[in-house]
Design a protein around this ligand. Structure first.
Ligand code: C5P
Length: 395
C-alpha cells in the first residue's frame, strides 16, 4: 500500500538580497508541509532580515557563524550530509560565484562545499543587469554543469525599480519544485493520460448541461504523475492552471473528450478517468437561444459514450483507472462499476463530502479488495493513488 512522503530535512541558506524577506514565507510553507527546516544565514542576509524572524518560524536557532559550533566537531559537514536537500533562496550573484569556485569562507558556502551527495537547489535573485551580465550567465551555466538545480529567476518588477529577469521564484513555486524532486520516479518512461473537469453539453448557444466537478482532483493526479517521471497528457474540461510539465488539451463536451482521448490513446500506458462526463447530451442542440413562452419545455437527450469503458475494452487497453462518486452504498456501487467497466482499479468517494474543496477521502478498489485512503488534500491522495498504480504494475 502507498506510504505518505516522510518529512524531509531542509537546510535553507539565505544570502544577501532584498528577496531575503521572502525566505520567511518559504520557511513557513516548508514547516506547514511537515518539513524540518534549519536556516543558515550569511552576514549580508542578516542586513535584510533578522535571524530571529526565521528562528520563530522554523522553531530552531538560525546558524550564521562558521565558528559558533567550533567545539562541536565537524558540525558543518554533518549538517550538510544529514539534510535531504540544501536550498539557497535567495542566492545572490556573489554567492553563486562562490559556489562556482568552491569557496568556503563562511558557514553557508562551507556547508555547500561539504554537502557530498545532498542535492543543492539555488534560487537566484538579483537586479536584471547583474543577472544578464555574462559573468553571472557563465556562473549559472557552470552550476547546472555541476549538477546543481537552478530554480528561476522569473521576470517582473524589481525592488530597484527596474523591470526584467532577476526576481526570485515565489516561495510556493520553490516548495513545488522541492516536493517534485522528492517524489519517487516510479513512473519514468510511462505515458499517462488523465481526464478532468466536468464536460458541458450545449442546449442552445447560452445554456447547457453539466456536472458538479471542479477538476482539482484530476489536475492533482496529472501533477503527481508528472512528478513521478511520467509523460502526462491531461484532457481537461476545467479552467485551472496547467500543472507544470503537463500537456493540457482543452475540451468542452463529452464527444470532444472522447475524440481527443481516442486520438492519443494508442501510446498511453495508463489511463485515469477523473472527469465527470455528462451521461447525456441534447439530441439536437438548438442553433438559437430558446425563448421562454410560459409552457413546459421538454429536452430530448441521447446517452453519451462511456469514455472509460471504451478505453478499457480496447483490444490492447492501457492500465485503466476510474473514479466513482456515489451518494450511498459506496462500496457496493463502486465495485459494481469497476466490474462493469472492466477496470483493474477504481477510486471511490462519497459525494456528500462536497465539490470543489481541496480535500477528499478515497477508497481504492482492485482485485485484491478495498484500500481506504484517509481524508487528505487532493495532491496527497493523488500521489498515494499513483503509488498504488505503480505497485500494481510491479514497479
Ligand atoms: O458511470 P460513472 O459516470 O459513475 O463512472 C464514473 C467513471 O467513468 C469516471 O472515471 C468517469 O471519468 C468515467 N466516465 C467516462 N465516460 C462517461 C461517463 C463516465 O469516462 N461517459
Amino acid at each position: 500500500m502507498s506510504i505518505p512522503t516522510p518529512s524531509k530535512k531542509i537546510l535553507l541558506g539565505i544570502t544577501g538580497g532584498i528577496a531575503a524577506y521572502k525566505a520567511a514565507e518559504l520557511v513557513r510553507l516548508l514547516v506547514k508541509q511537515n518539513m524540518d527546516v534549519q536556516a543558515v544565514m550569511t552576514a549580508s542576509a542578516c542586513q535584510f532580515i533578522t535571524p530571529l524572524t526565521l528562528q520563530a518560524l522554523s522553531g530552531k536557532p538560525v546558524l550564521t557563524d562558521l565558528w559558533d559550533n567550533a567545539g562541536n566537531g565537524m558540525s558543518h559537514i554533518s549538517l550538510a550530509r544529514d539534510a535531504d536537500a540544501i536550498v539557497i533562496a535567495p542566492a545572490s550573484a556573489n554567492f553563486i560565484t562562490k559556489l562556482v569556485h568552491g569557496a568556503a569562507d563562511d558557514l553557508l558556502s562551507t556547508l555547500c562545499l561539504a554537502r557530498g551527495k545532498c542535492p543543492l537547489f539555488v534560487a537566484p535573485a538579483m537586479n536584471v543587469e547583474m543577472w544578464q551580465n555574462p559573468a553571472t550567465q557563465r556562473n549559472v551555466a557552470q552550476l547546472a554543469q555541476d549538477g546543481i538545480a537552478v530554480l528561476g529567476p522569473v521576470s517582473g518588477d524589481q525592488a530597484c525599480g527596474e523591470v526584467g529577469l532577476g526576481r526570485m521564484l515565489e516561495p510556493e513555486a520553490l516548495l513545488e519544485e522541492l516536493e517534485t524532486s522528492f517524489q519517487p520516479k516510479i513512473l519514468q518512461g510511462k505515458n499517462v493520460m488523465v481526464t478532468a473537469g466536468a464536460t458541458f453539453e450545449a442546449i442552445d448557444p447560452v445554456r447547457g448541461i453539466t456536472n458538479l466537478s471542479s477538476g482539482k482532483m484530476g489536475y492533482a493526479v496529472a501533477r503527481a504523475a508528472q512528478e513521478m517521471g511520467a509523460t502526462v497528457t491531461l484532457v481537461s474540461a476545467a479552467c485551472l492552471d496547467a500543472p507544470r510539465g503537463v500537456n493540457v488539451i482543452s475540451v468542452v463536451s463529452a464527444q470532444n473528450m472522447l475524440d481527443t482521448v481516442m486520438a492519443h490513446i494508442a501510446k498511453q500506458d495508463i489511463f485515469i478517468g477523473v472527469a465527470a462526463v455528462s451521461d447525456y447530451r441534447m439530441t439536437n442542440p438548438k442553433p438559437q437561444k430558446i425563448k421562454k413562452d410560459g409552457n413546459a419545455l421538454s429536452l430530448e437527450l441521447v446517452q453519451n459514450t462511456d469514455i472509460l469503458a471504451t478505453v478499457a475494452n480496447l483490444p490492447k487497453p492501457p492500465f485503466c483507472v476510474g473514479f466513482a462518486a456515489e451518494s450511498e452504498n459506496l462500496l457496493k456501487y463502486a465495485e459494481q462499476k469497476r466490474r462493469q467497466k472492466n477496470l483493474p482499479l477504481l477510486a471511490a468517494n462519497l459525494v456528500q463530502y462536497g465539490f470543489g474543496g481541496d480535500e477528499n477521502t478515497l477508497i481504492l478498489l482492485d482485485e485484491e479488495g478495498s484500500h481506504p485512503l484517509p481524508t487528505a488534500n487532493k495532491l496527497t491522495l493523488a500521489r498515494q493513488l499513483l503509488q498504488h498504480i505503480a505497485s500494481l504494475l510491479g514497479k
